[in-house]
Design a protein around this ligand. Structure first.
Ligand code: NAP
Ligand code: G4F
Length: 363
């Protein structure tokens, strides 16, 4: 039975990867951070499982990383922990650099100092944001990097330090250059989830309008549950190498909105341009989507499109047999429609209870 350590296990990818590895028979250890509120929603269903173990550690704290690595002595580490929001990295650039750049170094050094350099394989969660102000479309493993945010610059350090440790110390460590991957567990401030949640709320009368930034931005969106399999496959290869993981298809934010609202029962049309562009409900003429410059970034990555040929040929991972763009949008909207319906039912129960208490029907 192999032992894996996942940093960032409470995140979208960490939760799917933990499920995947448990299914494969691994002992799964994950790092969590102390917080005054509980952010373990995505992994709550795994707590208490005999193959699932949690430890406190922070990527900004070398000693905590040393402690967990020396205690767990993993066969595989999946370093998924990061300040992962690109827009937030403009507001917190130093924190982002500490976690997303130096944090990777801390993991590599902990493995070396614990004497695990020859036995422990390391996966680094790298990103298509490295291509940034893109120099080629579509992007593959040979495309030059041009990071275009503090997040991407930090992740570029992570990519190069992993390569350096591979070459300098012969360690099995590699980066998955993953393009955007989404799911019903995606954080609510990333654009896809923001749209699916808003579509569900608007369709059920719980929200009036959705404000977005750049509607023309293009992304290669896949399903997170499909992508965690690649993280594992990357660590099972005879030689450590870096891989692009993507669907090979590109869509705009605007297109994502059209599909999501249609799934929620609203047919949209977009009129106007730039900051004046609006998404209008064709049936009622109501404006449901507006552009707000608050969501513009000082530098925005607008043309991501991955070429997954190497992953297809070497890992045997075929995106055409995985979740399609339409299926992804549908499953996200369906999950949010259900979530909003449950919230509404809860509100109704609360209102009824308050009314009954007031009238003295219940005490
Ligand atoms: P996510 O949902 O934001 O999860 C990030 C995880 O990192 C959370 O568990 C978070 O813990 C943890 N974390 C943040 N700061 C930390 C710190 N200082 N010490 C320890 N843990 C910390 O991100 P995701 O979408 O699952 O992405 C996983 C990884 O893949 C990230 O490294 C991201 O940059 C990278 N990536 C993601 C995509 C994508 O499209 N999703 C694409 C390419 C690369 P808390 O819950 O305590 O905040
Ligand atoms: O959903 P996003 O915030 O994701 P972004 O910036 O592509 O980053 C995600 O994917 C990366 C992989 O390429 C990961 F490395 C990273 O950790 C993260 O998971 O924004 C996507 C696009 C951007 O161009 C943004 O400007 O959508 C545009 N957008 C338009 N309106 C918006 C909004 N993004 C957000 N978050 N919110 C908006 O209202």
């Amino acid at each position: 039975m192999k032992t894996a350590l996942i940093t960032g296990i409470t995140g979208q990818d960490g939760s799917f990867l933990a499920e995947f590895l448990i299914e494969k028979g691994y002992q799964v250890h994950g790092t969590i951070r102390r917080s005054s509120v509980d952010f373990r929603e995505r992994i709550a269903h795994l707590e208490g499982h005999p193959q699932f173990h949690l430890h406190y550690a922070d990527l900004g704290d070398s000693m905590s990383i040393m402690q967990v690595v020396s205690k767990v002595r993993p066969d595989e580490i999946y370093n998924l922990a990061a300040q992962s929001h690109v827009q937030v990295s403009f507001d917190s650039p130093e924190f982002t650099a500490d976690v997303d750049a130096t944090g990777v170094l801390r993991i590599l050094e902990a493995v070396r100092l614990c004497g695990l350099a020859d036995t422990c394989r390391i996966y680094q969660a790298s990103t298509s944001e490295l291509y940034g102000k893109v120099e080629e479309v579509p992007q593959n493993e040979r495309t030059p990097f041009h990071p275009y945010s503090p997040y991407a610059v930090a992740k570029l350090y992570g990519f190069w330090i992993v390569k350096e440790y591979r070459e300098a110390y012969g360690m099995y460590c590699c980066s998955g250059i993953l393009f955007n991957h989404e799911s019903e567990r995606r954080g609510e401030t990333f654009v896809t989830r923001k749209i699916t949640l808003a579509a569900a709320r608007i369709a059920q009368g719980k929200q009036e309008k959705l404000y977005l930034g750049n509607l023309s931005s293009l992304r290669d969106w896949g399903y997170a549950k499909d992508y965690v399999e690649c993280m594992w496959l990357i660590l099972q290869q005879p030689e450590p190498e870096d891989y692009v993981i993507a669907t090979g298809e590109q869509h705009s934010v605007r297109e994502f909105c059209l599909h999501a609202f249609r799934r929620a029962g609203i047919e949209l049309e977009f009129v106007g341009e730039g900051e004046n562009e609006k998404g209008i409900d064709k049936a009622t003429g109501k404006v449901l989507i507006e552009v707000s410059p608050d969501f513009y970034r000082p530098t925005d990555v607008v043309n991501l499109w991955g070429d997954p040929t190497k992953a297809r040929e070497q890992l045997g991972w075929d995106p055409s047999k995985k979740t399609s763009f339409e299926q992804l949008v549908n499953l996200m909207v369906d999950a949010d429609m259900a979530k909003v319906a449950v919230e509404r039912a809860g509100e109704q129960v609360k209102m009824n209870l308050e009314e009954y208490l007031e009238k003295g029907i219940v005490k």
